[in-house]
Ligand binder design. Structure first.
Ligand SMILES: Cc1cc2nc3c(=O)[nH]c(=O)nc-3n(C[C@H](O)[C@H](O)[C@H](O)COP(=O)(O)OP(=O)(O)OC[C@H]3O[C@@H](n4cnc5c(N)ncnc54)[C@H](O)[C@@H]3O)c2cc1C
Length: 808
């Protein structure tokens, strides 16, 4: 074994081998994979080997498509058979709600280049002869489904990597990982030590244990998973004889089942409700190539549905039941990327669909390590989407929920209950008493809307029970004044003598003067967005930043990686050390004036001013800015004072009819101002010109901010796409995000978010289209639930286009 390497990859499952291959293909050949046993000694060897392109997140779906397209290449390069059978498949709907969901999947496929087609149950039965068409209301055909040999694929990655110069050391167990003073890592094994610049944790079933070696508690948990293999079936033999083809894959969402042919019989797997975690706290090191005890009672309810939906199963025997563990993150997507605070330590774990996702994970991670950027939008897989709040017990609750809902529908207005409430703010009980319906963001309970007694969300793809109540919240803001809790923003304090200079380099905006705020895009080296913030200069040398709450860890990783080593700048993520309230609407100033002695007149405290002031008895930081696009204030307050500030504002607001509003009303309000949001409109694949944030970029400022040269080039060349807001002729359902945008009969763009703008009384969508058509007046359509609706670009915001309200 070599004593030094650029990269040590820990784990020889399908994911580690893919990472190794991609590093070597990308030109890093001084790389070594360490595997404690034979390759495939974790969950990989007993996988069912199914692969498919669809995923709830379009960006993960793209990487799944890439993974499947890769198998031919690694087979040719390695000479190792992967056993790929691209049979195609059918996705089955037994309910109308499921069919609506599938139509959304087909629609996304249009701009992702995934060939999906809605078919009738009878057409599905012609393709997959074992299903009973009477049990289904519709189906979708996917040409890119198939299955493969898990071990063959893993060895093909490893052999291809070796051919490119990478090394693989089997029977080499990593026992500890120690940081050296120069920042490199000592990877200590049972066979000696390797010093490496980078370490990748691809430990699969042992990813937690490998993480613990560097003090990291990763939010992953293994679950037992069962699939059965039947005896040979005459129906299968007859089909094979008649068509000369295998029986294609089927996913029966309402039965929570997947099926495919396995030799002369069938394989049927299920995500059962009564699921069971495996090795909840610690994975035993002596676990290897053994299987777990099957428990047919646990999967019996799913099998019952399966035998009804696929009657031929009733006449066959079960040859074998496989029960094996594999790992999940709380939301079921992989954990990939560099770990905040541990430069050179990378993770590629929690991959629950290694044969659909392993290639994409390897590609993204190798790009990230070599180029400094994953090269794709992989937010849905980024390890930074979790913070310390994702504790072991939280992970346990969420993974179990996610497993039991693997094939369940999640409606756009559906909030999932497991692992909640976790983080709450001091006004939680007061808001609950007012009917707050809670959602969750980065572990924090967030009020979505306020329901009268007896009214709750009715889960639907269409406008639902909250519609009229959200409309009332919006009316309270636009007609008078509304109060919202906004603690879910991320808040950062930046201090130190180097703060101004550092911010000038990190952020693309012009720095605001003392007592002022500005919108502040942050760019990567490639000139694309990595953040959008509000930056406040409280007192030269003391700066405050507010940004997307879900991206706190993501942004801290970036900020910390760019801090000067001399300690001249300090940045702290304040989390819930600072909570937030907002008031907005034409009467907002009247309310504020009643609770503070500070002069908040327009002259003394204009739009984008910021100051410390007491609200009632509570010391607060107040900024005159509002995501509602109205006259409004954001109020930042330490949690011990939040109730006092809330009490003072509600009492003062009484005479103005102050009403509470939640994040759904806020969404309706910001849409009529065309304000985008991070992780929706603003993502790391768009440049500021494309995203319409160029007006906040100080292209001419003296500081050589990160991404400046690339941003200037974008401005010169014009970028490829443009963010646009559309008015949609929708009837009873609005966009939720990720719908295709049609132009002149072809899919040309995609929706990033939208909804109903209650004040303007319009259905609104925001999304990206190619710049050549971005100023066309006519010809657009947006597809919602399988139907195309006319759409027109909004040339000016629907509300306060001349900023009269906001700046008054
Ligand atoms: C019953 C079942 C059916 C499945 N069906 C499918 C399917 O149809 N399609 C699909 O895509 N996925 C399926 N999966 C999931 C799939 O198996 C996983 O997504 C995949 O195996 C994850 O691979 P991995 O490389 O991340 O982890 P693992 O396979 O667990 O590999 C981790 C490797 O790291 C090694 N290792 C760990 N710690 C150390 C250390 N300290 N030193 C050295 N080596 C170490 C281990 O020995 C192991 O070989 C199924 C899983 C099960 C259990």
């Amino acid at each position: 074994m070599k004593s030094h390497a650029k990269v040590v990859v820990i784990g020889g499952g399908v994911v580690g081998c893919s990472v190794l291959f991609h590093l070597a293909r990308h030109g890093w050949t001084d790389v070594v994979l360490l595997e404690r046993d034979e390759l495939t000694s974790g969950s990989t060897w007993h996988a069912a080997g199914g692969m498919h392109t669809i995923n709830g997140d379009p960006n993960v779906a793209k990487l799944q498509k890439y993974t499947i397209s890769l198998y031919k290449e690694i087979e040719e390069l390695s000479g190792q058979a992967t056993g790929v059978h691209l049979t195609g498949g059918v996705l089955l709907a037994a309910t109308e709600a499921r069919l609506d969901w599938l139509r959304g999947v087909v629609a996304k496929g249009r701009y992702l280049g995934i060939d999906l087609e809605e078919i009738s149950p009878n057409e599905a039965a012609e393709l997959m002869p074992l299903l009973d068409p009477k049990q289904f209301v519709g189906a979708v055909r996917n040409k890119e489904d198939g299955h493969l040999d898990p071990s063959g694929v893993t060895h093909a990655y490893a052999k291809a990597a070796r051919k490119l110069g990478a090394e693989v050391e089997r029977f080499t167990k990593v026992e500890d990982i120690v940081r050296r003073p120069d920042g490199s890592w000592r990877v200590i094994t049972n066979k000696g030590e390797v010093v490496a610049e980078h370490v990748v944790n691809a430990g699969g079933l042992w990813a937690r244990e490998v993480g613990r070696m560097v003090g990291l508690e990763l939010p992953v948990l293994a679950m037992e998973h069962m699939y059965l293999i039947t005896e040979d079936m005459p129906e299968v033999a007859a089909w094979n004889r008649k068509t000369g083809t295998e029986i294609i894959h089927a996913v029966d969402f309402d039965g929570e089942l997947y099926l495919r042919q396995e030799r002369g019989g069938m394989l049927m797997g299920t995500y059962e409700k009564a699921n069971k975690p495996w090795s909840e706290f610690q994975t035993p090191w002596n676990f290897g190539h053994e299987l777990l005890e099957p428990d047919i009672d646990r999967i019996a309810p799913s099998l019952e549905v399966g035998f009804r939906h696929f009657p031929a199963f009733q006449n066959t025997g079960i040859k074998q039941i496989i029960n094996g563990p594999f790992t999940f993150a709380p939301d079921g997507n992989p954990l990939v990327g560099p770990v905040r605070g541990l430069p050179g330590f990378w993770v590629a774990c929690g991959v629950m669909a290694g044969f659909s996702q392993g290639g994409g994970v390897g590609l993204a991670l190798s790009n990230w390590m070599i180029e400094g950027d994953p090269g794709a939008d992989i937010w849905a897989m980024d390890v930074a989407r979790y913070g310390d709040w994702a504790t072991m017990a939280y992970t346990n609750a969420k993974v179990r929920e996610n497993y039991s809902r693997r094939f369940s529908i999640r409606f756009p207005n559906e909030e999932l209950p497991a692992g909640r409430p976790l983080k709450t703010t001091p006004v939680y009980d007061a808001l609950s008493a007012k009917g707050a319906q809670w959602g969750v963001s980065y572990g924090l309970e967030v009020p979505l809307w306020y329901a009268p007694d007896g009214v709750r969300d009715e889960f639907s793809w269409r406008r639902s029970s909250d519609f009229d109540h959200v409309a009332k919240e919006v009316a309270a803001v636009r007609g008078g004044v509304g109060l919202a809790e906004i603690s879910n923003f991320a808040k950062y304090a930046v201090t130190g003598e180097g703060a101004a200079g550092w911010l000038d380099r990190m952020l693309a905006c012009k720095l605001p003067k003392r007592g002022r705020m500005t919108l502040a895009p942050m760019l990567k080296d490639d000139g694309r967005l990595i953040g959008d913030f509000t930056l406040a200069n409280i007192d030269d040398g003391e700066w405050f930043i507010a940004g997307s709450g879900i991206a706190e860890q993501y942004h801290m990783r970036w900020f910390e990686a760019h801090l000067p080593k001399n300690g001249s700048v300090r940045i702290e993520a304040l989390g819930q050390k600072l909570t937030g309230l907002a008031i907005a609407g034409p009467k907002a100033r009247d309310v504020l004036a009643k609770v503070t002695r500070a002069d908040v007149s327009n002259a003394a405290f204009p739009f984008m001013a910021v100051a410390r002031m007491d609200i009632g008895m509570a010391p607060c930081l107040v900024g005159r800015v509002s995501y509602t696009g109205d006259l409004g204030y954001e109020i930042w307050v330490a949690p011990e004072y939040q109730r006092a500030a809330f009490g003072a504002l509600t009492a003062a607001g009484e005479e103005f009819g102050i009403g509470l509003f939640g994040s759904r009303a806020l969404n309706a309000l910001r849409l009529e101002k065309n304000y985008g949001s991070w992780a929706r409109e603003y993502r790391p694949i768009y440049g500021p010109l494309e995203a319409g944030l160029d007006r906040f970029v100080a292209y001419g400022k003296e500081a050589d901010f990160i991404g400046k040269a690339a941003a200037l080039a974008e401005r010169k060349q014009g970028g490829k796409v443009r963010l646009r807001a559309f008015i949609v002729d929708a009837a009873d359902a609005d966009v939720i995000g990720d719908e295709p945008i049609w132009f002149d009969g072809a899919v040309r763009g995609w929706v990033t978010s939208g909804g109903y703008a209650h004040h303007a009384k319009r259905s609104v969508a925001m999304g990206y289209v190619p710049r050549e058509i971005a100023d066309e007046a006519d010809g657009f359509e947006i597809e919602i639930l399988g139907k195309r609706h006319g759409a027109r670009i909004q040339s000016a915001p629907l509300f306060d286009a001349n900023f009269e309200r906001m700046r008054a």
